[in-house]
Ligand binder design. Structure first.
Ligand code: SF4
Ligand code: SF4
Length: 371
């Protein structure tokens, strides 16, 4: 692992520890019986919402959200760490076996960034791998199993819950990470917390699966290794900050200069020679200054999950926050309570952020009417 010399964050090294993914709320609800949301899934209130006939909560809206996840859930190969079988899809395979000679890492980095954008990334940056951000333990998909299927099997007692508590160690030589942000639909996000906003998020998870799997295969076709990841394996936000994509906002999300928090992040770890980007220090300073007084996300949050304190702090809100970094902590337990009530993720803290550059807020009805 390469140590990143320049840290755009204040870290208390005596406290900071690599994160255990089982403490993420989407896994914690499976095992933490102290939570009011223990064993509650997003679907808890869906039928009541549909019966309520509220704008943005119809069966059509929920169908749009659930279908948006299709590629993410039905194509677990997207999150593979290696290509186990070299299948000839009609282009032969022998030419893929040797390492492509990279004479100039600077110009080759441009090629990788072009490929990432060609496959669907809106923004792309490169960082050295900082071991701090790699999960200590986490969820590893069994072959051909989606995250949803694995969680269902845990709930049914068919597989052990140790599946989401496995040691995460990147193979030797994997020293770069290509971090990509993909834009979420402006109109759909503007309807938050109604279901079109959740659909905007769902479809980007599927696009992430598409983008990382194509980029990973591109790298392997050149004879190098690629570890394709969504939210798994490592904390995406600090990797994205290291890769120069943006800054951490009060809402606990990556804010990018181009699209604010209206993005989802995915990444590919690799050993292909690349030049790393630097953190965008000017933008980080701008966001730090702006978030002190803005508070729009905290005011838009229906469950008071976002801190309103003026300055960054080392004090976490729950065990799902990873302590040791000075920042605004989000009470993700409260956030997830609202997700369960809302029958989806929410998006208010994305739609309300001025950096998201949303030109006009639409009602769900207006979203569906705009072709
Ligand atoms: S997603 Fe919604 S509930 Fe969660 S922090 Fe953001 S605004 Fe609050
Ligand atoms: S809404 Fe305001 S306070 Fe919240 S993340 Fe965006 S800029 Fe920062």
């Amino acid at each position: 692992m390469v140590n990143v010399k320049k840290n755009p964050y204040e870290i208390d090294e005596t406290v900071y520890k690599r994160f255990k993914q089982k403490d993420n709320m989407l896994f914690r609800r499976l095992w933490d019986k102290t939570l009011p949301t223990y064993n509650q899934m997003i679907d808890t209130n869906i039928e009541n919402h549909i019966a309520s006939k509220k704008d943005g909560y119809s069966r059509i809206d929920f169908a749009l959200v659930a279908a948006g996840w299709t590629v993410y859930e039905r194509f677990p190969y997207a999150f593979t760490w290696e290509r186990k079988n070299l299948i000839d899809i009609g282009y032969g395979v022998n030419w893929m076996k040797s390492k492509y000679e990279i004479k100039n890492s600077k110009s080759f980095t441009k090629i990788i960034k072009k490929a990432a954008k060609f496959y669907g990334a809106s923004l792309v940056g490169i960082a050295d791998v900082n071991e701090k951000w790699i999960y200590k333990t986490g969820f590893k998909r069994p072959d051909e199993t989606s995250e949803a299927e694995a969680k269902q099997e845990v709930r049914e007692g068919k597989i052990a819950d140790s599946i989401y508590n496995q040691p995460i160690d990147l193979p030797n030589g994997i020293n770069k990470v290509i971090v990509m942000a993909i834009e979420m639909d402006e109109d759909a996000i503007s309807t938050a917390p109604a279901q079109p906003a959740a659909a905007a998020s769902a479809i980007i998870y599927s696009r992430m699966a598409f983008t990382i799997s194509c980029l990973g295969e591109f790298i392997r076709n050149l004879g190098y290794r690629a570890i394709q990841c969504g939210n798994d394996t490592a904390l995406s936000i600090p990797l994205a900050i290291d890769a120069g994509l943006g800054a951490l906002g009060r809402n606990g999300l990556l804010l990018t200069p181009e699209l604010g928090p209206r993005v989802r992040i995915c990444k590919v770890f690799t050993d292909i020679p690349l030049d790393s980007d630097e953190p965008n220090e000017k933008f980080i300073r701008k966001v730090n200054h702006y978030c002190k007084n803005c508070l729009k996300c905290a005011e838009a949050c229906e469950t008071d999950a976002i801190s309103k304190v003026k300055n960054h702090t080392f004090v976490p809100s729950t065990i799902s926050n990873n302590p040791g970094v000075k920042k605004y902590y989000v009470d993700v337990e409260k956030c997830f309570e609202f997700w369960v009530e809302n029958s989806s993720d929410c998006g208010n803290c994305i739609a309300s952020c001025p950096f998201s550059r949303i030109r006009k807020n639409l009602t769900p009805d207006e979203f569906w009417s705009k072709i």
